[in-house]
Design a protein around this ligand. Sequence first.
Ligand code: NAD
Length: 514
Amino acid sequence: MSANTNKKLDSDIKTRMSVLFEVLGGTVDLKVADGLEVTCAADGSVIAQLATDSKKTVDQKAATARKAQKIWCMKSRVQRVALVEALSAAIKEHREPLATLITLEVGKTLKEAYTEVDGSADILAKTIKDVSLPEFGGMLRAKERPPVGIVGLITSFNFPLVVANWNMGAALVAGNAVLWKPSEKTPLVALGYKCVFDKVAGGNSDLLQMIVGKRDVGEALVASEEVDMVSATGSVAMGKGIKATLSKKYNKGVKHILELGGNNGVIITEKTSRPHREWAINALLTSFLGTSGQRCTNTRRVFIHRSVYDEVCEYFKIKLDTFIASGAIQNPLSGESNEYGYGPLIDRDAFRRFEHAKHRVEMEGGLTVLGTRLLQAEYPNAYYVEPALSFLPSQTAIMLEETFAPILYLVPYDGEVEVAAALVNAPANAGLVSAIYTQNQEEADCFAHLSEAGHVLINSPKGTGTPAYGMGFGGNKDSGEGEILNSCDPLQAFTRDGHFTRIAQNKDIVMDVV
Ligand code: NAD
């Protein structure tokens, strides 16, 4: 550990962290010499140094998980569902410490952090609902396909809890064990979750193994011959890396689900009244500003019919000026929140990418307003920025990339909706969400058919913030691959093809103590 790091370790936060883990009922060594440094996005201090995994420990943990999984997959569906049900309840019970960990690590406002914790509990409850067939003649019924075995779960920093739970419920009910590698930027929330899991799972706690480390550790997890399936959420680059690793495995047919980056485009057509356009801009602000531009579903590009372009740009600017002037961009640890869930960027790399994108806009003939760094004197190692608006005459190269930061590109288009749809579809990573604001049904229908995104929204009240709940989540093109998570049959994703059994059990006869 460097002397510099020592200086940065903030004793208040460290004490707070220990207390949080105590409340969660587990122990984690938060100060391992030369361990992985975890930084608090809200104030830039180092809040933990964690032991990391290696190829060897990944294989060892996989072997431990395998033993547990062999017992687990022999349990009845009722027992497996009971564990996930208890996990959902336990998350709700530990709402406060889990949300606090999210705020500390990711810098989300507490309100947003609570929403994520609640969403995690809800998605587990929904998974149970989706896998349960209605009772029939006093019989509990279930459809069983064989589990894949060991699921390697890799997650991104921006939704450190909920993304894991999209997978966890279905993976466990299907009879699998999970090796979870959270983002190296947010391992503490995941370790906190593991404490809760262990309490609930009791003798089955080995079913969830935590893998801590950076990209190399993720690669070791994917490469391990012990891992039967990979479900990974992250950037398009991560997806490509994982596919390259999988292609070298002995078992090249390893099942995989990739939930990757998006570059979400929106159209505002001329077939809109002024009040509708203003309503649309307010809707788009929620999906532009959410988590400070660090969501896969953020709105990144807006194509506006030239006849209303100036007016729309002006209104966007007025709204952002008002937001910034309100002083709402604050350290979330102060307890302050704002309607958009806007806080700091995750780290210096994110800030550099934001600055780079602004520079590229200029080089490519555009103009950026706002986007100034804030609170630098108070927090030299944390990265607060004003959201930035970039006006470009046409879609340029920088717009084809996903800059995971609050920069919104506004571009005019001429002609019909087909022209704008082609612009929305142009980037290879535009496969996640798209939206259109129009008061003309033909335009809406036309765009719905032309859009290449996995989710197409028409006059959405929350911009590109997708209402995926109940529809399943997944992207097309470079934005995703594999089964859709949380579709109407969530177990499909975590089971093997082939053998299929239908089980009916008399619920009035107690066969086992769950
Ligand atoms: P990232 O790609 O940098 O890292 C994600 C995870 O993958 C981390 O745990 C990382 O250690 C691991 N990783 C990276 N390269 C790897 C490799 N070659 N092999 C194995 N593991 C590897 O992403 P991030 O910065 O944490 O998150 C932001 C990205 O995630 C954005 O692109 C965002 O759009 C995307 N995202 C997508 C969804 C979705 O559902 N489609 C949801 C959330 C975030």
